[in-house]
Design a protein around this ligand. Structure first.
Ligand code: GTP
Ligand code: MG
Length: 195
């Protein structure tokens, strides 16, 4: 089954302070990554939209759980993460809480966590912490190597083999939104996890 990801609408944004939180049992795929990992842009590529998901050249743009509904049937959700934390301490706590609360709350419905790693810098301690948290919740995970348009082919291969060791047994997908590399493969992986 291939899902038509372009059949998408913004559903809603959720923060820790949202008083009425929806939550039905639609299957969900989550996108996480440190700030400025090109995460929101990747979601636009999957949706074949230019700017449905808000992007910014200033790191720290995504500060809410922004939920999109695909084919009236599935949620694809852009979560913030914590590079931002280094700038404003209070945001660190709030965003970390939002992420951990959201993943725990939606645990039963989440079918895949798409985790973006910088292909050039490789996994940072915060990535590893996040990965361990995802595994603790027993959620399926897919590793996306982001920013590959900055690398040569041999650097991409090195990054893939490093990620294969670090995230042993997981799908590793090198992706570029601007060059549309890896997008179809990722769409297939997401479709499969939602079927
Ligand atoms: N060269 C290149 N630039 C990209 C690509 N994808 C995104 N960008 C740029 O990188 C910047 C950040 O992209 P976002 O998608 O907003 O990143 P994000 O991970 O959602 O960032 P936060 O929400 O701030 O955590 C934007 O200026 C994008 O235009 C890509 O594939 N190649
Ligand atoms: Mg974003």
């Amino acid at each position: 089954m291939t899902i038509k990801f372009s059949d998408v609408k913004f559903y809603k944004s959720v923060s820790l302070w949202t008083s009425e939180v929806f939550f039905d049992n639609k299957k969900e795929v989550i996108f996480v990554g440190r700030s400025n990992m090109w995460k929101s842009s990747l979601m636009n590529s999957i949706f074949e939209k230019k700017d449905l998901v808000k992007t910014s050249s200033v790191p720290g743009k995504t500060r809410l759980a922004n939920i999109f509904v695909v084919a009236n049937k599935y949620y694809l959700t852009d979560l913030p993460w914590y590079w931002f934390a280094k700038l404003w301490k209070e945001f660190k706590d709030e965003l970390d809480w939002l992420i951990s609360w959201y993943l725990e709350e939606r645990r039963e419905s989440i079918k895949n966590v798409i985790m973006l790693i910088d292909s050039k810098l490789w996994a940072q301690q915060s990535d590893i912490d996040m990965y361990e948290f995802i595994l603790k919740l027993e959620l399926p995970v897919t590793i996306v190597l982001s920013k590959i348009d900055k690398l040569s082919n041999s650097e991409i291969s090195k990054s893939v083999s490093h990620a294969s060791e670090m995230f042993f047994g997981q799908n590793i997908v090198p992706v570029s939104s601007t060059k549309r590399v890896g997008i179809n493969e990722l769409c297939k992986i997401i479709s499969k996890s939602l079927s």
